[in-house]
Design a protein around this ligand. Structure first.
Ligand code: SF4
Ligand code: MG
Length: 335
């Protein structure tokens, strides 16, 4: 079957066009209806810029310079802004890390969800807004929804605010939900509830979720497939189950070692010195070379090509050409 979302060669630049930072560089991936696809990486890797590119909500200094984004066969990059507004909050919706920054503090919950519903359905169905708002609050598991409708965001806990955000995102019956670190600001119990809620909504209506996260625990719990992003590029893609058994890219291995259980098991904390390189340069070799415990001389001289291996696994690393190549232990510090 055709994927719901097909991204091909998406490239996004920020800042001075003479020396732009290429924050998303040739990103290619597809997402199917009903699946959760995780985009994983530390902050500054280009995950959020990818999401904002898909929504066409880039900051003023940003622009998409190449690529294609097809949602259900429609090329989003050639839509007018007015057409794109219809897609946002309609077929495609997004929820953010900080619900408090996206909710209007002076409007009640009911008014805001009602607005989202009306935006989608048009004036003719205005009176349905309140009813539907109530239905959505029930769907996202908010207790006493009738009362909540009349409350303001400051009266809600962080978890409840995130649920309200999800309710608003669902108001237009989207086919794709982009969730950018949706649980990062929440405590662990609430995190799990919000993730379960998304799963439940998904299994009911075939919603596809692009889950953006730096948290492998969250990925393990919710996603079927993933892509690991580093310095604006995808460095590995895999079915989640196989990824956990055998990550191929040294950066992926680092992320796995960063899991709290892993560091406990090994009695140490994995560390990788250094930071994501700045993206306003032309790279001569691998972008991960300064931090890679497995680097060889070739890695500084030659940009690693993207390679598909088998069964949906792909990797960008000179050493991962044959699966199972032993990568030397990374430096570690005792706990
Ligand atoms: Fe490390 Fe070289 Fe692979 Fe880059 S190409 S991740 S530097 S081994
Ligand atoms: Mg981010």
């Amino acid at each position: 079957t055709k994927p719901l979302l097909q991204i091909t060669g998406l490239t996004t630049e920020l800042g001075d066009p003479a020396q732009p930072a290429r924050v998303v560089d040739g990103l290619t991936l597809d997402i199917r209806s009903g699946e959760t696809f995780a985009l994983l990486g530390e902050s500054g890797c280009g995950k959020s810029m990818t999401a904002l590119s898909l929504m066409r909500l880039l900051p003023p200094s940003g622009r998409i310079t190449a690529g294609s984004v097809q949602l259900g066969g429609t090329e989003l990059l050639s839509l007018t802004e007015a057409e794109m507004r219809q897609v946002r909050g309609g077929q495609m919706a997004m929820i953010f890390q900080e619900p408090q920054t996206s909710l209007n503090p002076v409007l009640t919950v009911g008014t805001q969800i009602g607005e989202a519903v009306r935006l989608h359905q048009g004036d003719a169905r205005q009176r349905l807004g309140a009813e539907r708002a109530l239905e959505l609050l029930r769907a996202v598991g908010i207790p006493d929804p009738e009362q909540r409708l009349n409350e303001y965001p400051h009266q809600l806990s962080g978890g409840m605010k995130q649920r309200v955000m999800i309710a608003m995102a669902l108001a237009g019956n989207p086919r794709l939900l982009i969730a950018d670190e949706p649980t990062t600001a929440l405590d662990v119990t609430i995190q799990a509830q919000v993730l379960r809620l998304l799963k439940a909504v998904q299994s009911e209506n075939g919603l596809a979720v692009l889950l953006i996260t730096h948290d492998l625990g969250v990925v393990a719990e919710t996603a079927e497939r993933l892509a690991v992003m580093y310095a604006g590029q995808i460095v590995e893609t895999a079915p989640v189950a196989e990824f956990f058994v055998q990550p191929l890219h040294p950066y992926s291995r680092h992320l796995l070692e960063s899991l709290p259980e892993a560091s406990k098991r090994h009695g140490r904390l994995a560390v990788i010195a250094g930071r994501v390189p700045s993206l306003d340069q032309v790279f001569q070799g691998c972008r991960f070379v300064d931090r890679c415990p497995a680097a060889i001389a070739r890695c500084r001289l030659e940009v690693p090509e993207w390679r598909m291996l088998d069964e949906g696994r792909g990797v960008r690393c000179h050493l991962a050409e044959s699966v199972g190549v032993e990568v030397p232990d990374r430096p570690a510090v005792p706990v």
